[in-house]
Design a protein around this ligand. Structure first.
Ligand SMILES: Cc1ncc(COP(=O)(O)O)c(C=O)c1O
Length: 434
């Protein structure tokens, strides 16, 4: 085996394949060529341990106390990324050090609670993320996870019942936000009970950060969240990483937990890429986020008209980038997701609230996200085409190979990244140095 050759062989295949696919995993996105240039820069070789140590009087930008030399350009990159994050998320303080969304959650938990405390969050079956429960970050931090009451029809937290749970359990952290996330969580309606029991509100905006920064979702900090954590690469189209936004009074605690408690170095090239992605969001974010939501609604409506069971018709299906589909009458989520993959439509099977953990291998649902397709310039009319392909696969049981031909034809027309500064590079082009 020539490992070297095989590595590049696989990289090329990945670019060709995913470039010809409809990529609809709700937690993914595609970065612009400019962001990819930043990721490939020298910053990826460097260290910048340290914390912000004040503000430059002339520039009003953060300055840093670093442990190593060689960071003068990076310091300005990080300071600008912090400034732009604060502006886009209307936050008093930002920290761009976390290397993923889970790590951002770990930082928030460590800063705001102690072992043995409780955290309220959505249960896994209702769309909560593993990092909100005992099997992952919350458990690692010694937190006991208590699920909110969930209204399956509304696909949202049941406010009255959940307030009772919160008053009884007295969590130190009330967490909002989720992995299956159609409608904004009721931060506004529950902030009173948080203040009453002295809990901190952590809002996990991993999925919807791009919609929040684009001003098209609710604003959790304005509604009373103390801390917002997020991934930087789902609806926010940055490199893979994490971010924390918080109130000024928590800034020092959050910064000192990110470094040195939970990270030594962070991923400097990804911070550089994040800065470029944030600049794109400042320029194009509102239009981009608005089109994502329009596309999600359009796809859901067309699928519904084709007889596919899309959840929450009575609420116009979604207010986010996601739609949820119940395919239990058509073989289940695993079988349909496999059929879709054969047709070059990449999405994921998903547990729905009425499933049990025994259904994990073949749950009832599919979760579909339209943010990457939107980034390629697709609009409502393409969503109609895609709903037809999905009908052919789910209801008509059409041969996936036949559907794949249509998918590839459509995809050929969408090979540039939109809502980004102009570039001659194609969206899925492989960057080659040799
Ligand atoms: C709600 C939520 N929080 C956190 C994460 C974890 O983010 P990351 O993969 O960046 O660690 C995810 C991942 O999909 C998520 O859905």
């Amino acid at each position: 085996m020539n490992y070297y050759q095989e590595a590049f062989n696989l990289i090329s295949k990945q670019h060709q394949w995913r470039g010809s696919c409809l990529n609809m995993i709700a937690s993914e996105n595609i970065t612009s060529p400019a962001v990819r240039e930043a990721i490939a820069s020298d910053f990826g070789h460097r260290y910048a341990e340290g914390v912000a140590g004040g503000v430059d009087e002339n520039t009003r930008l953060k300055v840093f106390d670093r442990y190593y030399q060689g960071t003068k350009y990076f310091d300005r990159i990080e300071a600008l990324a912090i400034k732009l994050s604060e502006e886009l998320f209307h936050a008093e303080h930002a920290n761009v050090v976390p290397i993923s969304g889970v790590v951002a959650n770990l930082v928030a938990y460590h800063a705001l609670s102690k072992r043995g405390d409780r955290i309220t969050a959505l249960g896994l079956l209702d769309g909560g993320h593993i990092s909100h429960c005992k099997i992952s970050a919350a458990g690692v931090m010694g937190l006991k996870d208590i699920p909110y009451a969930f209204n399956e029809k509304e696909m949202n937290i049941d406010v009255d019942e959940s307030k009772k749970i919160v008053r009884k359990e007295k969590p130190s952290i009330m967490l909002f936000g989720a992995s299956v996330y159609l409608f904004p969580h009721p931060v506004n309606e529950m902030v009173d009970v948080a203040r009453e029991i002295n809990a901190k509100i952590v809002y996990d905006g991993a999925h919807v950060a791009g919609l929040i920064a684009g001003g098209r979702f609710h604003d959790p900090l304005k509604e009373g969240a103390d801390v917002v954590t997020a991934s930087t690469h789902k609806t926010l189209p940055g490199p893979q990483g994490g971010i924390i936004l918080c109130k000024k009074e928590l800034a020092e605690k959050i910064d000192n937990t990110a470094f040195p408690a939970l990270m030594s170095n962070h991923h400097l090239h990804h911070v550089a890429g994040l800065l470029v992605a944030l600049a794109e969001m400042k320029e194009y974010g509102s239009e981009y986020a608005g089109q994502i939501i329009s596309n999600a609604k359009a796809l859901a409506q067309s699928m519904h008209e084709h007889g596919i069971h899309v959840l929450c018709e009575h609420k116009n299906f979604t207010e986010s980038h996601q739609i949820l589909v119940d395919v239990s009458d058509h073989g289940g989520g695993a079988e349909i997701a496999d059929r879709c993959e054969e047709a070059n439509i990449i999405l994921n099977k998903n547990l729905l609230p009425w499933d049990t953990f025994r259904d994990t291998r073949n749950p009832s649902g599919l979760r579909i996200g339209v943010q990457e397709l939107t980034r390629l310039g697709m609009k409502e009319s393409e969503m109609k085409d895609i709903s037809m392909y999905l009908k052919q696969l789910i209801i008509d049981r059409e041969n996936p190979g036949k559907v794949r031909e249509e998918v590839e034809e459509l995809k050929k027309e969408f090979n540039r990244v939109h809502y980004a500064f102009p570039s001659q590079r194609q969206a899925y082009e492989q960057i080659k140095f040799k």
